[in-house]
Design a protein around this ligand. Structure first.
Ligand code: ACM
Length: 685
């Protein structure tokens, strides 16, 4: 490319030094890109955005055409600029953005997603081997637009980018709670925005079978409560994803997690007297396909024959997890079968089943993916092991590393269970490879990772807020070089990306207000919002412990549903307390006091509300927090804070620290640390 050579000459005179850490620190402050690119070099140029902005593409290709068109809409919506030409041209000279790619990719695990992007003076070039690379590059370019005060400009950069991992997935469980087509599409848009490339669609489980079946219509008629995807809807979603360069991997989870299938076809089950019905709560249940019955394989063969053409990707996920085999143990015929076939354990029996499935899927051109449990010596190496139990043997035979050492390709989800509601920092710090003792070859068999959104506790109203924005940070872990690890900076960039995600259609921010309005019975929600900004839903499945409190049809419009995993004010408060402890100058003092004022005002407003049953559970914690705020504020202002004062605060903090309405207030440590500090500083006065 001519422009590249000019730029390279320019760069060789440019004295900015780029070791990876240095570049991250300097550039990260300047830019809000996520995921961070592999190589990025600033130049002193820029391209101004005005109404004459045009795009030219060198050849036809629906992925690029629609990505470029969406890019133009996003640009207009983000900046308010009325761009004259709302669609890309083909081979137009002097376009502002020139897109050049060599081929239209047939989407696969090996699709080349690399691209190069150069922003110069009023000229931008985006080049890639494939159209998918262009889609990825447009996503970067959209994040480069900035306001310089009076104009919007693309700042000058040379970016050469490619993913670290091939498999960067998001799994959405649509069985526990069904998720409609438009919701899936907006999440696909968000995935593309952060360069994720696999949508793993968990389509069947105990709580619902979500695919229309023409061959076995009772599956969707009796197994889905009427909430399922028709073939046309599936084709529509697969095509939509494909256009974004996202592969779709369907999962039909067998032989366990089969209550919905067996509700429709109980004769395929392992217990002839069991009353199979769709499960309404969370947990691991007994209904299991009977691997000794030939009809089971006929059923699966016919079902796969029917559904595999809907999903063009070469991989098909068969689940295979959490089969406790209770119905197998209780069935004498199954026990006899095991003896006849020299199958010692239930795991051996499941392997027998899996191997048959693998052959059936192979007949339909599919390779198999399955959760940890499918790994056995006889499983062909073409199968991908999807590790949900961890990297090392230990947590019930977690299998990532053993799978790699045994020659399998693998993907990791264990560290990316976002339904555990841990902080973004936790997930961001988990590397799919980390410091595991692997050979280069074994390391190369880590295909990547998948974020898992299990949907026991989410509905269409809340699912976006459980997936995003944390998934954007995980997407960076999957895409960006391993050394991109600065958490503080990630948080800074994520704040910006969070709003970008909202603009492109996610409801993760706005739906909080919807829930709070509902709880308050359409009163002023500011008091509830203030409390929600320091409260987080209970973590690691403490909410709905043992799976009994919530059913699939329970309300998910509670205060806990309006709180997110990274309470925004908690993080800010921690920072201002640390700063105040280091230096109690006027500015740092004001910042701490403003939080106390906010909570006091919040509780004052809370008391003005006409209370309903949904608000009762919030009162005592809010009141105690306000009391703590008043006392600490007084201590700061009067510079007095005796041991007795501190003890009073400590006792209130113990009360505030107890979980309530399925949430916990997450500023306790900061308050304690401030209280200790004030006591040390002013305690003797
Ligand atoms: C799983 O979480 N049972 C895959």
């Amino acid at each position: 490319m001519k422009v590249f050579s000019i730029l390279l000459v320019a760069l060789s005179f440019f004295t900015f030094s780029f070791n990876p850490c240095f570049s991250q620190e300097i550039l990260n402050e300047k830019l809000d890109l996520m995921p961070w690119p592999k190589e990025i070099t600033p130049n002193r140029n820029f391209t101004k955005l005005d109404e004459n902005f045009t795009i030219s593409m060198n050849q036809k290709g629906s992925r690029v055409y629609s990505a470029a068109t969406k890019f133009l809409r996003n640009l207009a919506n983000k900046t308010g600029v009325f761009i004259n030409e709302g669609f890309p041209f083909y081979n137009r000279e002097n376009a502002t953005l020139s897109i050049v790619f060599k081929e239209v990719a047939d989407l696969s695990i090996n699709t080349d997603e690399s691209y190069e992007l150069v922003v110069e003076n009023n000229k931008i070039e985006l080049t890639a081997n494939t159209d998918v690379g262009i889609v990825r590059g447009l996503s970067t370019l959209l994040q480069l637009i900035k306001s310089d005060g009076s104009n919007f400009v693309f700042e000058g950069f040379y970016i050469k980018d490619a993913p670290r991992f091939k498999w960067r997935g998001l799994m959405i469980d649509v069985s526990r709670h069904f998720q409609p087509v438009d919701l899936i599409k907006r999440n696909l848009d968000a995935m593309a925005f952060v360069k994720m490339n696999v949508f793993h669609w968990h389509l069947s489980d105990d709580q619902g079978f979500r695919i229309e079946s023409k061959r076995y219509p009772k599956l969707h008629q009796l197994g889905s409560d009427g909430e399922y995807y028709t073939h046309e809807q599936i084709k529509d979603i697969v095509a939509y994803a494909n256009n974004l360069g996202i592969r779709v991997i369907p999962e039909i989870d067998v032989p366990g997690h089969a209550a919905a299938i067996l509700t429709a076809y109980p004769e395929l089950g392992s217990n002839d007297t069991y009353n199979y019905s769709i499960v309404r709560n969370a947990g691991v249940f007994d209904p299991t396909l009977n691997p000794t019955k030939p009809e089971v394989y006929t059923f699966l063969d016919n079902l796969f024959k029917e559904v595999t053409p809907l999903f063009p990707d070469e991989y098909f996920h068969i689940g295979g997890d959490e089969n406790e085999g209770k119905h197998w143990d209780a069935n004498p015929e199954i026990q006899d079968f095991k003896k006849q076939h020299s199958l010692e354990t239930n795991h051996d029996l499941q392997t027998y089943f899996n191997i048959k499935l693998e052959k059936i899927l192979r007949k339909y051109g599919k390779k198999l993916v399955g959760w940890d449990e499918i790994r056995t010596p006889s499983m062909p190496k073409s199968a991908i092991i999807h590790s949900w139990r961890g990297k090392n043997e230990g947590f019930e035979n977690g299998t990532l590393i053993p799978a790699l050492k045994n020659g399998y390709h693998a993907i990791l989800s264990n560290d990316y269970y976002i339904d555990r509601m841990l902080s973004v920092e936790h997930y961001y710090n988990c590397d799919p490879i980390a410091n595991a003792n692997l050979t280069k070859e074994e390391e190369n068999r880590v295909l990547g990772g998948e974020v898992t959104m299990w949907s026991e506790l989410v509905t269409p109203l809340t699912i976006d807020s459980r997936i995003w924005p944390r998934t954007a940070a995980i997407a960076e872990r999957f895409w960006s070089p391993k050394h991109i690890t600065n958490v503080e900076n990630m948080r800074k960039r994520l704040k910006k990306v969070n709003h970008d995600l909202e603009r492109i259609g996610l409801t993760h921010i706005r739906n909080i207000d919807v829930i709070l309005r509902n709880i308050s019975n359409n009163q002023d929600i500011s008091a509830l919002k203030t409390l929600s900004q320091i409260s987080e839903p209970l973590k690691i499945y403490e909410r709905n412990k043992d799976g009994i409190e919530y059913k699939t049809y329970s309300p998910f419009t509670l205060f806990a549903d309006a709180c997110s995993a990274d309470a925004p004010d908690a993080y800010e408060f921690k920072k201002v307390v640390s700063a105040y402890k280091l230096n109690s100058n006027l500015s740092n003092t004001e910042k701490v006091l403003s939080f106390f004022n906010k909570w006091e005002r919040g509780y004052f407003n809370f008391k003005q509300l006409h209370h309903s049953s949904n608000l009762v559970g919030l009162n005592s914690h809010y009141k105690n927090l306000t009391e703590v705020s008043v006392q600490l504020k007084k201590a700061i202002k009067s510079e007095k804070f005796s041991q007795k004062d501190k003890e009073k605060i400590d006792s209130l903090l113990t009360e505030i620290a107890t979980p309530f309405v399925d949430v916990e207030i997450v500023i306790i440590d900061s308050l304690k640390s401030l209280s200790n500090h004030l006591n040390q500083k002013f305690g003797l006065k």
